[in-house]
Write a new protein. Structure first.
Length: 567
């Protein structure tokens, strides 16, 4: 990639992503006195998954005297199946309550009961600890934070795509190269903070925002950050499957924990007793998704490949608080879910894996920070309902503060605009934050193209990649299916290379990211020969203690590999 001309800007901290994590990180950094620029692919705030969320945040807030951070931690550990990073999980449960109070201080309105926060049950939690944003969704939360960011003097740059993390002579992150409506923009910064998570759009059916294409993970990988746990892709079990106008709209995970809710197959049978007789519909998302998938694949689904959800016996006020967005969407197509059953099916919702970062958002690259869904470590093999937004809040605050502290000592530095091609290396380690202790390592033959140009037929290539991912990394997986998918994926390489020699940098970057990230997901799915959480292998159906480890990826410059140096 050759950049002949780019507009210049500068900030102490530059944040990528305008979801909850990005906005709160930017606000926190600004509160320390740092100058902050926030870049988003689409409209500020509205182009993030947070805007589409159901509005539940799990936290121990002190309202329930019998709930404790330790109980919350136990729930996370049980659901994460041994793969949560302990320091991250402990920090999360300790600071979740204060993060909620921080949001309240910024003007975010939560549903109240008896003069304090109302608490709602959520699947997988041993106590009712989910607080809900007023209005039955996260729009009010996000609108408030957008207003606070603007009032704080944060420079908000929308409809602009971050394509490269710029480095200085010491290989530290020192800025960001973006492309927007006016062309290339280079932002010099003391620290770069990635809060641009979400990869659902690399799968065919997802509840994610249209711009959640995984490009943030690719941006981090190219910069030298480590990615881990990519095989753990969470399918939300109950997205609307019909009618087409609302397909992909999540009912809100909290709905399944409401007393009276029922899941029924096409025969009218309540079926969750076959899969989780104790928790039934309040089971975790991985269990619910596999149960629905099994009902449909064995011929007990509706004609639209779904099952029915029946909420006729639920409390309407409670449902309005946990699933307001779903109720508004279904009302627009003339369906009353209290009188009619609604068709739901699993779709891709959340990535448990991502960038390896510490409790303050520091990555393996000095000066590069990350927060929110783009990071790994908290959720392990499965994310608990209502922990996603809280994660964004807790670690958005911590990463924003840490990035501002780093920027104060780093200062502006000359930027390099050379981007060497890299090769992705796979490693397996008990802790990917210390990869040199890995038991084994092998090289994956993916060369990260140096160009960033649009494919003339990139839409067709993306459709093929999505189909390949479903074959090898769907709800249920087999080693044979993964091998077939990897072979199909490898066959696309020359087509992708040709496509990347085309035009527009943004479209090409998206295709490039999608191709590389999908390969890594498939590789991880084939490497983990067990079933754990959201990763279910039919041919390896049991959890194996020998796999209490993480599969991670990092990209090295080809020159370093040629000289035999290891990361």
């Amino acid at each position: 990639m050759v950049i002949t001309e780019a507009a210049r800007a500068s900030a102490d901290v530059v944040v990528v992503g305008s979801g909850l994590a990005g906005l709160l990180a930017a606000i926190t950094a600004r509160e320390t006195g740092a100058t902050v620029t926030l870049v988003a692919q689409g409209e500020i705030g509205k182009s993030a998954n947070s805007w589409l969320a159901s509005g539940g945040l799990a936290a121990v807030t002190g309202v329930d005297p019998e709930d404790t951070p330790e109980l919350h931690l136990q729930d996370i550990r049980r659901t994460a199946r041994g793969l949560a990073f302990d320091d991250i999980a402990r920090t999360f449960v300790a600071e979740a309550g204060p993060a909620i109070r921080k949001l309240e201080s910024l003007g975010v309105a939560f549903h109240q009961k008896d003069g304090d926060l109302a608490l709602y049950p959520a699947p997988g939690h041993s106590r009712a600890r989910s607080v809900r944003c007023e209005g039955g969704g996260a729009v009010g939360l996000m609108t408030t934070l957008i207003e606070r960011a603007a009032e704080a003097g944060i420079r908000l740059v929308g409809h602009t795509t971050a394509i490269e993390v710029l480095k200085d002579a010491e290989e530290e992150a020192a800025g960001l190269l973006c492309h927007g409506p006016d062309g290339w923009l280079a932002i010099e910064a003391g620290a770069v903070l990635l809060a641009c998570g979400g990869m659902g759009r690399i799968f065919p059916v997802t509840s994610n925002h249209d711009l959640a294409d995984g490009s943030g993970y690719y941006l981090a990988l190219k910069a030298g950050a480590v990615l881990t746990d990519l095989e753990f892709v969470q399918f939300t079990p109950t997205s609307l499957a019909w009618p087409p106008q609302v397909r992909g709209t999540s009912t809100g995970g909290g709905l399944m924990a409401q007393p009276g809710v029922k899941l029924l197959n096409a025969r009218g049978e309540r079926f969750m007793h076959r899969y989780d007789p104790e928790r039934m519909e309040a089971a975790t998302r991985d269990v619910l998704s596999r149960a629905i998938f099994r009902e449909v694949s064995e011929g007990r689904g509706t004609e639209h490949g779904a099952v029915w959800v029946d909420i006729s016996e639920t409390d309407r006020e409670a449902v309005a608080q946990v699933s307001g967005r779903f109720l508004r969407a279904i009302a627009k197509v003339g369906i009353d879910p209290y009188r009619e059953r609604v068709e739901v099916a699993p779709d891709v919702h959340f990535a448990m894996g991502g960038v390896v970062a510490d409790i303050d958002g520091r990555t393996a690259v000095p000066g590069l920070f990350a927060a929110g869904e783009i990071t790994a470590g908290l959720h392990g093999a499965t994310r608990l309902n209502s922990n996603g937004l809280t994660e964004a809040a807790v670690f958005g605050i911590r990463a924003g503060r840490s990035a501002a502290d780093h920027a104060r000592t780093a200062g502006p530095r000359p930027l390099r605009f050379d981007f060497p091609p890299r090769m992705v290396r796979c490693l397996i380690a008990e802790d990917p934050r210390r990869p040199n202790g890995r038991p084994r390592s092998d090289t994956i033959g993916i060369r990260l193209p140096g160009g960033a140009a649009a494919a003339r037929d990139h839409a067709a290539l993306k459709a093929e990649i999505r189909a390949i991912l479903v074959e090898g990394a769907g709800i249920e997986r087999t080693g044979t299916a993964v091998e077939r998918a990897l072979a199909r994926h490898a066959a696309l390489a020359p087509l992708v290379e040709t496509a990347l020699a085309g035009a527009g940098p943004v479209e090409g970057f998206s295709l490039d990211a999608m191709y590389v990230l999908s390969r890594l997901i498939l590789q991880a799915s084939g490497t983990r020969t067990e079933s754990r959480g959201a990763h279910y292998r039919i041919d390896c159906p049991d959890q194996d203690s020998g796999w209490d480890r993480h599969i991670a990826f990092l990209a090295e410059p080809l020159a370093a590999q040629d000289e035999g140096r290891r990361p």
